[in-house]
Design a protein around this ligand. Sequence first.
Ligand SMILES: [Fe+2]
Length: 154
Amino acid sequence: MAELDTDKAVELLNRILEQELAGVVRYTHYSLLVFGYNRIPIVAWLREQAGESLMHAQQAGEMITHLGAYPSLAIGPLLDSHQHDIGTILRESLETEGKALALYKALLALVEGHSVMLEEYARQMVHAEELHAGEVDKMLRRPGEVAAFRSGAA
Ligand SMILES: [Fe+2]
């Protein structure tokens, strides 16, 4: 098996860690700003996403230390659009989750054929993030509308 470019893998893993940590903050922030009749299930869903992002950040961090490298203490970019209707929250979430998915795909391309462990990890994460993006896409469709909100989610 050809040698793995550990430095590049660690760099991508650190960006994933930062992106997932930003997700924890973003979902928690949004969960505090949901009002109206549907508040309870939406708050619960957003907090579940915050928990999942934290788990993903921890997994990326474990991979970094497995490789004997130092995990970043930074956090990915956060912007507050001050738009708190559910549609905007979901569209922003789809966009930022798309960035995490791109990082996982870049990691998969880098490690493929070089590390079974990292390849399995990256593949599982692409699977999880694509399912997640698909779920958000379905939430953005109008009832009775089957076509994907964003074709890129497929
Ligand atoms: Fe994630």
